[in-house]
Ligand binder design. Structure first.
Ligand SMILES: CC(C)(COP(=O)(O)OP(=O)(O)OC[C@H]1O[C@@H](n2cnc3c(N)ncnc32)[C@H](O)[C@@H]1OP(=O)(O)O)[C@@H](O)C(=O)NCCC(=O)NCCS
Length: 216
C-alpha cells in the first residue's frame, strides 16, 4: 500500500491535492450551515418572537429565554423590537415600546423603571472613519447605560458610549451622545440639557404598570 492510498484509508485523504475541490466544497457547506444558523436565530428572536401577532405574555416568556437578554419579571417589551447587542439587561419595571432597536455588539443596560418610546434606536457600534477609500471600514463598540427612572421618548437615537443618568427625560427625536447628568430634560440634535426636572416625588410602584408614571 503506497502512502497516498494509506491516507485515504485512514480518513486523512482529504489532505491530498486531488481532493482540493472536495475540501472547498466542505468549507462552503460549513459556511452555509453557519449562516443558516445565524439567520434562523435572527428570524426566531426578532421575527417570530417579536411578531405583531405574538401575545405579550408569551412574548415575554420567550424573551426571557433569549441568551442575550436579561429580563426580570415586571417588564414589558412590545412587538417589532430588534435585539442584536450582547448582553442586553433590563431592570425591573422597564417598558419598551414598539420597534425599538438594540443594535451592535457591546452591552446595553437599562435601569429600573426605564421607559423607551417607539422607534428608538440604541447603537453601540460605530466606524473608525480613518480610511479615505472606505470610511465605514473597521468598527468600534462602546456600551450604553440608561439610569433608573429615565423616560426616553419616541424616535430617539442613542449613540455608542452614551450614559444617561437617573430620572432624565429625553425628548422625542433627540440624538443623544456622551453623558447626561441625572434629572434633566434633554432635547435636540445633538441633545442638550434644556432644564432641570423636579426631584423628590416617587411613584413607588414595583414592576411595570401602565399607570406607574402617575403619582397617586
Ligand atoms: C419632552 C417633552 C415631554 C417636553 O414637554 P414639556 O415639558 O411640555 O416641554 P415644553 O413643551 O415646555 O418645551 C420646553 C422646551 O423644549 C423644547 N422641546 C420640547 N420637546 C422637544 C423636542 N422633542 N425636540 C426639541 N426640542 C423640544 C421646546 O421647544 C421648548 O423650547 P423653548 O423653551 O426654547 O421654547 C415633549 O416635548 C416630548 O418630546 N414628548 C414626547 C412624546 C412622545 O414621544 N410620546 C411617545 C411616548 S412612548
Amino acid at each position: 500500500m503506497n502512502l497516498q492510498t494509506k491516507k485515504i484509508v485512514t480518513g486523512k485523504g482529504l489532505r491530498t491535492p486531488a481532493l482540493a475541490p472536495l475540501r472547498a466544497c466542505r468549507r462552503w457547506l460549513i459556511r452555509q450551515a453557519w449562516s443558516c444558523k445565524q439567520a434562523f436565530g435572527d428570524w426566531y428572536w426578532n421575527g417570530f418572537v417579536e411578531h405583531l401577532a405574538m401575545p405579550s405574555t408569551l412574548r415575554m416568556w420567550l424573551l426571557k429565554r433569549n441568551p442575550r437578554l436579561s429580563i426580570p419579571d415586571g417588564t414589558l417589551v412590545q412587538s417589532g423590537c430588534y435585539f442584536e447587542s450582547n448582553p442586553i439587561s433590563f431592570g425591573r419595571g422597564v417598558y419598551v415600546n414598539k420597534r425599538v432597536q438594540f443594535y451592535g455588539e457591546a452591552e446595553i443596560r437599562l435601569g429600573e423603571n426605564v421607559a423607551v418610546g417607539f422607534d428608538t434606536v440604541f447603537t453601540t457600534t460605530t466606524h473608525l472613519g480613518k480610511f479615505e477609500d472606505h470610511r465605514a471600514a473597521g468598527g468600534e463598540e462602546h456600551p450604553i447605560r440608561i439610569g433608573d427612572g429615565t423616560w426616553i421618548a419616541a424616535r430617539v437615537t442613542v449613540l455608542p458610549g452614551t450614559i444617561i443618568g437617573r430620572g432624565c427625560i429625553v425628548a422625542a427625536g433627540a440624538v443623544v451622545r456622551g453623558e447626561c447628568q441625572p434629572n434633566g430634560l434633554y432635547a435636540g440634535v445633538p441633545a442638550k440639557r434644556i432644564r432641570d426636572l423636579p426631584t423628590g416625588a416617587l411613584a413607588r410602584r414595583p414592576g411595570f404598570d401602565s399607570e406607574c408614571a402617575v403619582e397617586k
